[in-house]
Ligand binder design. Structure first.
Ligand code: ATP
Length: 328
């Protein structure tokens, strides 16, 4: 842990956007200015850092944003930042603005970038987990997950009404490239008969057998929730397999897509973003550097960035057993 007085901080959002990022930016800016720090907003993540798209912010810059989805600082993925030349340009821009501490709101990729950067240059970095996928170790919650999963639940409830009216088999594809949390939580909350996630190997014969057995029992409404990143994550392809093997099933597909990223953040996301944003600035002030701010068992928890990027959250197998029992 490095010590050193931070006087001016930069804040950015990076990687995929997540509802609640604005609430986190607001908390960082207001906690920073309250403590007499200069605060700069860096546009479009590491891209804006390299391109010197950096602007002074004050507490008025973040008025009326806590309830807004997206991110006022915009976000991007930057190839240039993965190169030493890109990171050198980023460092020079930070020096030019007098920024001596960086807060990055993003996913594990963004933290990998922060980890590399803080190893190369003497810039303390703090990560705030902002991702709808909840695929980061060292925290029970991530900014955006609660809103995204509630959006998915609301949408699936609506689908259930129409699938019930027509006795249909519906496959709903939700987001989650490497992590099945949105699928698991939204699937359980909507009473899905089957949930397919990347963390769990899918036995396709087992799935077909369970769906056919339900058809025989005249349980004609069947909901399969699938995470996009799983083995059968392409819902259209999965539907083809099911149609081929159970031709009597009236099978339909709905891909929820980007609606899961947007919308006004839930109360829970606004709270964790505000909480984490406050502790991110406090960490820089007291010299607790190069950590990710998380929440474990309802308490703020700090994980060194290098550990946060190496580990993944795991999904307990007992969840899959519960899904089977509750869908019977
Ligand atoms: P999400 O979980 O929503 O995808 P993320 O933060 O994981 O968000 P990434 O695209 O993986 O999104 O990473 C964001 C950016 O972080 C990349 O575009 C790149 O600029 C930077 N980055 C990622 N990995 C590295 C690395 N190993 N070294 C330097 N920079 C990196």
């Amino acid at each position: 842990m490095k010590k050193g007085k931070v006087t001016k901080i930069g804040v950015m959002t990076s990687g995929g956007d997540a509802p609640g990022m604005n609430a986190a930016i607001r908390a960082v800016v207001r906690t920073g200015t309250y403590n007499g720090l200069g605060v700069c907003g860096i546009m479009r993540g590491y891209s804006g850092l390299i391109e010197n798209d950096i602007h002074e912010m004050d507490s008025r810059s973040v008025a009326n944003i806590i309830q807004r989805g997206g991110t006022i600082l915009k976000t991007a993925r930057s190839k240039a930042f993965t190169t030493p030349e890109g990171r050198k340009a980023a460092y020079n821009n930070l020096k030019q603005h007098g920024i001596d501490g960086l807060i990055i709101i993003g996913g594990d990729g963004s933290f990998k970038g922060a980890q590399t950067f803080s190893n190369e240059y003497d810039i303390p970095c703090i990560g705030l987990p902002g991702t709808i996928d909840k695929d980061i170790a060292g925290t029970d919650v991530t900014i955006g997950f609660d809103t995204a999963v509630n959006t998915a639940v609301e949408a699936i409830d609506k689908i259930r009404d129409t699938m019930d009216a027509h006795d249909r088999l519906f496959i709903v594809e939700v987001m989650g490239r490497d992590a099945g949390y949105i699928a698991l939580h939204s699937g359980i909350a909507t009473g899905a008969e089957n949930i397919l996630i990347p963390e769990n190997k899918t036995d396709i014969d087992d799935l077909i057998c369970s769906l056919s057995e339900k058809e025989k029992r005249k349980k004609l409404v069947n909901l399969v929730v699938v995470a996009e990143g799983g083995e059968y994550g392409d819902a259209n392809k999965l539907a083809e397999i099911i149609k081929e093997r159970i031709p009597t099933a009236d099978t339909r597909v709905c891909i929820l897509g980007h609606i899961q990223r947007g919308g006004s953040p839930s109360c829970a996301d606004r709270l964790i973003a505000s909480h984490m944003g406050y502790y991110a600035v406090e960490s820089l002030l007291i010299g607790r550097h190069n950590v990710m701010v998380g929440v474990i068992n309802n308490k703020i928890h700090y994980t060194p960035l290098d550990k946060a990027v190496k580990q993944k959250q795991t999904i307990g197998q007992e969840w899959m057993k519960i899904v089977k029992i509750l869908a019977s």
